[in-house]
Design a protein around this ligand. Structure first.
Ligand SMILES: C[S@@+](CC[C@H](N)C(=O)[O-])C[C@H]1O[C@@H](n2cnc3c(N)ncnc32)[C@H](O)[C@@H]1O
Length: 324
């Protein structure tokens, strides 16, 4: 499948809402938008079309995504810069590009439809494929490495924390027993093992029984939550006054980190009994979404991958460099 065919099939999640949330920050000539998760460039294409004076910096840790997005966004080549980076490297990327501050930043978290569709990358539990799950294929550790080397306690911990899997201990113990017979290589064997480990009655709820285990492995392989915890404060710190950040999450762990990080910026750090807030201690963010916004039912029908999306956004209301 070439770049054009892929972008036709790929529908960016909550596109109009995301554009509306960032628009006030991108109207002026020379506005800089960072797409921290370029993917197939669906959101970026809409921004470049709608804001003809804005410049885009697109990051992705997946070299294939950068190549395909680059082809798709070729008509805007004079206003785009693409960088192969993990998004917590944003401060270094901006310093190297000589960009002192940015006006908007979008995080559309998780895996892209291209990564899910490419069976060989092993993200999908419904197809038999090598247990890989690296977003960047040059990274050192695959899902198979984790399954074949982590202790039962560590496996149980990641399944519980990153998959919110109630049967984490049972599954971890079975993984350790099974790998003594033969190391794990493919996803079908893991899917089957998880299904068998979960009591019959619990199999009827919560979707595919292996979904939570696959999510947990993917988060561990890519260090997703630690990276996000570092990246969001760095992104907020890079925003110019009235710059905006939009974060789209697909599971509660990502959404919780986003909610807490944005909320921290809306509070002052001085004690309640001080009559005035000293300069430099005012809140530096204002929330521009009320709670987490969800896609409409129509969007979910048209694009089932949007179903779990939750969007939160905030605006920088105090000058940079003063984040406590
Ligand atoms: C959901 S897709 C983005 C889709 C994009 N908004 C579009 O419209 O085409 C997420 C992308 O972010 C990338 N990604 C995920 N975690 C990343 C990280 N920590 N640093 C950089 N890129 C990341 C993935 O490789 C994937 O291509």
């Amino acid at each position: 499948m070439d770049g054009a065919e892929r972008s036709e099939r790929h529908i960016p999640v909550m596109l109009d809402r995301v554009v509306a949330l960032l628009a006030p920050a991108l109207q002026h000539p020379g506005a800089v938008l960072v797409d921290a998760t370029l993917g197939l460039g669906g959101h970026s294409e809409a921004f470049l079309r709608q804001f003809p004076d804005a410049r885009l910096i697109g990051l992705d840790r997946d070299p294939d995504a950068l190549r395909l997005a680059g082809e798709r966004l070729e008509p805007y080549a004079g206003r785009t810069t693409f960088v192969h980076a993990v998004y917590d490297e944003l401060p270094r990327v901006l310093a190297e590009l000589g960009v002192p501050a940015i006006d908007g930043i979008l995080f559309d978290l998780g895996v892209s439809s291209m990564q899910l569709d490419e069976a060989a990358r092993g993200f999908a539990y419904a197809q038999d494929a090598p247990l890989d799950m690296r977003m960047d294929s040059s990274a050192p550790t695959t899902a198979a490495d984790i399954l074949n080397t982590y202790s039962a306690a560590d496996l149980a911990r990641i399944l519980f924390q990153y998959g919110e899997e109630k049967f984490s201990r049972r599954i971890a113990d079975r993984i350790v027993k099974a790998r003594e017979v033969e190391p794990f290589t493919n996803s079908a064997r893991l899917s089957e093992l998880v299904r068998d480990a979960i009591p019959q009655a619990a199999r009827r709820t919560g979707g595919h029984p292996a979904k939570r285990t696959f999510q947990a492995l993917r988060i561990e392989v890519n260090g997703e939550l630690d990276v996000l915890r570092r990246a969001l404060p760095a992104a907020i710190d890079a925003l110019a006054l009235h710059g905006r950040i939009v974060v789209m999450s697909y599971h509660s762990l990502e959404d919780r980190i986003t909610k807490q990080t944005l909320a921290a910026g809306t509070r002052t750090d001085v004690p309640d009994d001080l009559p005035v807030i000293p300069a430099g201690h005012e809140p530096y963010l204002k929330l521009i979404t009320r709670g987490a916004e969800r896609p409409t039912e129509e969007e979910v029908v048209a694009n089932p991958r949007a179903a779990s999306a939750r969007v939160r956004a905030a605006e920088r209301v105090r000058e940079r460099g003063l984040v406590a």
